[in-house]
Design a binder for this molecule. Structure first.
Ligand SMILES: [Zn+2]
Ligand SMILES: [Zn+2]
Length: 345
């Protein structure tokens, strides 16, 4: 089969022939119809703790059709997405549904050559983590379930009360899904702050009641208070750069909640006293729980959330290496979708 293989630091991806995966006991093979490119995939090919070994096939946001199954619960022809986890299944985190926090967990497509991802025509997955797509949810929407689940999980951890003023910083796929679910959770104001114009206009389609152009606003906290009628009750950091948590602390109301969704991999400083004086709650989040996938699918099925506007570009596998490198420069992209089995042309 064809797959986009990571060649190593600074070498990018290369589309090559590799053996098609064979299912072991309890596993299925899926013909990949759509796979999203995630910010983590860019981190995975760049210097830092997420760097993958050469030979890795990335891709953890995918949906497709089951073509081979060695488990009775999943049939050939099923339309599915997958919770991309490979945990131990026995530890406390696994037993309580937090497979993403299992110390043994390997994320499909982000764990070297051990569990290849879906930048490929076919991908293998444990049947246990396969989730069927309801009628009316297409493959691209199926591939969006994973990033949407990140947003849903973050909103669930925030404890939003009806009428709350919410500030979402960053309008990438995660920030947009946070905004959409915060609105559904009953927030009164959902204000999205972002620097990229294309993402700002998308925010209005995903639950934002107002937007702040962060590139043109000196004091985002003051702008928020003016728009929303007071400081935020809940702030979501969906950017993850040094200094961001500190500025969230400064903007929050006393007893507010800050949810840290964006992944900052650099050292960051803050003065704890500023947060103490407001008795703030700072909640870190990682990924999702399995059941978040079913919740996202229920929302998609209801038609209350249409993720299509997040998909700003689609590429065939052969065009992926070049499109992937282009994502390293900030642009107007939100989500790049790979269609590995789309008919030519
Ligand atoms: Zn992702
Ligand atoms: Zn475990």
């Amino acid at each position: 089969m064809r797959a986009a293989v990571f060649k190593g630091l600074g070498q990018g991806l290369s589309v090559e022939d590799v053996p098609r995966p064979e299912p072991g006991p309890g596993e299925v093979v899926i013909k990949v119809e759509a796979c999203g490119v995630c910010g983590s995939d860019l981190h995975a090919t760049d210097e830092g703790v997420f760097l993958q070994e050469p030979g890795t096939i990335l891709g953890h946001e995918f949906a497709g059709e089951v073509v081979d199954s060695r488990h009775g619960d999943v049939a050939i022809g099923d339309r599915v997405t997958v919770v991309p986890v490979n945990p131990c299944g026995k530890c406390r985190e696994c037993r309580e549904g937090y497979t993403m926090l299992c110390a043994q967990n390997r994320i499909t497509g982000l764990s070297g050559q051990a569990v290849p991802g879906a930048y490929a025509e076919y991908v293998k997955a444990p049947a246990r983590y396969v989730v069927p797509l309801p009628d009316g949810v297409d493959y691209e929407e199926g591939a969006m379930v994973e990033p949407l689940a990140v947003g849903l999980h973050a909103v669930g951890k925030a404890g939003i009360a009806i009428g709350d003023r919410v500030l979402v910083i960053g309008a990438g796929p995660i920030g947009l899904s946070v905004a959409a679910f915060a609105r559904m959770a009953g927030a009164g104001a959902v204000v999205v702050s972002e620097r990229a114009p294309a993402r700002l206009s998308a925010a209005r389609e995903f639950g934002a009641t107002a937007v702040i152009d962060a590139a043109a606003t000196a004091d985002v906290g003051a702008a928020f208070a003016e728009i929303a009628g007071g400081p935020p009750d809940v702030i979501f950091d969906c950017v993850g750069v040094p200094g961001m948590i500190r500025s969230c602390v400064d903007m929050s109301r006393a007893r507010g909640t800050i949810v840290v969704v964006g992944v900052c991999m650099k050292e960051d400083t803050q003065v704890p006293l500023s947060a103490i004086l407001k008795e703030l709650k700072i909640q870190y989040v990682l990924g999702y729980q399995e059941q978040d996938f079913a919740r996202v699918l229920a929302v998609l099925r209801s038609g209350r959330l249409k993720p299509a506007p997040m998909v700003t570009d689609r590429v065939a596998l052969e065009a992926l290496p070049e499109a992937f490198e282009r994502l390293r420069q900030p642009g107007s992209q939100i989500k790049l979708m790979i269609l590995p089995n789309a008919p030519e042309g």
